[in-house]
Design a protein around this ligand. Structure first.
Ligand SMILES: Cc1ncc(COP(=O)(O)O)c(C=O)c1O
Length: 372
């Protein structure tokens, strides 16, 4: 037949057939093709190659969620007796891994606030196996001085992992900072439409071989349809991020002037404590911001309940704007003291700014704030 599909098909297959036993043996022994989709699948390989190119690493390994990517990347680098240094502001699921699961395996984790660079350096100096970072952070958008910390960790022979989900591969370039492996929850900006759950680890050999092996054993592989949709998301990633960055900057400025808002947390604002680091390290300030409403918990909840264009939902990074009160979901499990330490007040709202016309989002916030 003449004419071939412009877009590669979705390879919805679990297994692969061979004309000769020798070919099957060659694939098993030399990795020269496909044998079983928990090992590899053409649709997954397609998106892995595209993301590896974008991040500047030899390989990307795709997972069924960001957490599958994180747990596999961490487990690939620690064993009993090892020590992890990380920041208090890491994603809740990652904290749960380090706080409740790794201690049972004899892996100890030290947590330091992400903005206390000197204190993190002091902990690194004591010796470590793994430095695990996340930047920018949730929900206060703190920007970590990754290159400084990565350099110190490497001097101690440690591996450096970075969860770069909030920035996407467009707004920062961790390969230039010497980060050994970059992690993304593809559920967020990479997919970009709130319709899939995926994750990635981007790195070079031998890290990539080890992570591939653990993915095969743990089984947290990405499914072909999600791989196809993430690959489609990547085609528009740069365009979307440009709009997310632009919209978030305008909304941050609007909120900063609003009489019913007491604080805005956005690294693009001069008032943000990490504005200078963000300017030096990032090529865009991102689509995430948070702000504090001049009211109590119930008043803030009333504002949330009036939102129309902006959807009241968890997650982030899609074309549709989403908002929530971190206190009621991402930080609900924390004690009041721990929440206070994390800077999560009862009037804090996290906003994932979408790519709608910016005035529509501003109008929605304006009318919602009439609730108080
Ligand atoms: C920064 C960050 N990392 C990792 C994850 C986990 O990703 P997933 O939900 O795809 O497992 C999330 C989810 O919200 C996140 O915000």
């Amino acid at each position: 037949m003449k004419g071939k599909p412009v877009i590669p098909p979705v390879y919805m297959t679990a297994t692969y057939k061979f004309d000769h036993s020798d070919d099957l043996i060659d694939v098993v022994q030399n990795h020269s093709g496909y044998i079983y989709s928990r090992w590899d699948n053409p649709s997954v390989v397609e998106v892995e190659k595209a993301l590896a190119d974008l991040e500047g690493y030899d390989r990307a390994i795709g997972f069924g969620s960001g957490m599958a990517a994180i747990t596999t990347a961490v487990m690939a680098h620690v064993k009993t007796g090892d020590r992890i240094v990380t920041t208090r502001e890491i994603y809740g699921g990652t904290f749960e891994l380090m706080d409740t699961i790794l201690p049972g395996l004899g892996v100890d984790t030290t947590y330091v606030n992400c903005w206390k660079t000197d204190q993190i350096l002091a902990e690194i100096d004591k010796g470590l196996t793994l430095l695990y970072l996340e930047s920018p952070t949730n929900p206060l958008l703190r920007v970590v001085d990754v290159p400084t910390l990565a350099g110190a960790a490497h001097d101690k022979g440690a591996v450096v992992l970075l969860d770069a989900t909030f920035a996407s591969p467009i707004n920062q370039h961790p390969v230039e900072w010497g980060v050994d492996a970059v992690i993304h929850s593809g559920t967020k900006y990479l997919g970009g439409h709130h319709d899939i759950t995926t994750g990635f680890v981007c790195c070079n050999a031998p890290c990539a071989d080890r992570i591939w092996q653990l993915r095969k054993v743990f089984g947290g592989v990405m499914d072909p349809m999600s791989a196809f949709l993430t690959h489609r998301g990547l085609q528009t990633l740069a365009l979307r991020i440009e709009k997310h960055n632009e919209n978030a900057m305008s909304i941050a400025r609007f909120l900063e002037r609003h009489p019913k808002i007491t604080a805005v947390h956005y690294p693009g604002l001069a008032s943000h404590p990490d504005h200078d680091i963000a300017r030096a390290r990032m090529s865009g300030f991102g689509g995430m911001l948070s702000f504090e409403v001049a009211s109590d918990f119930d008043g803030t909840k009333a504002v949330m309940d009036r939102l129309k264009t902006i959807k009241l939902a968890t997650s982030l990074g899609g074309v549709t704007s989403l908002a929530n009160q971190p206190m009621t979901n991402t930080h609900a499990a924390l004690s009041p003291e721990a929440r206070e330490k994390a800077g999560v007040s009862e009037s804090l709202v996290r906003l994932s700014v979408g790519i709608e016309a910016v005035q529509t989002i501003i109008d929605d916030l304006n009318q919602a704030l009439d609730a108080i």
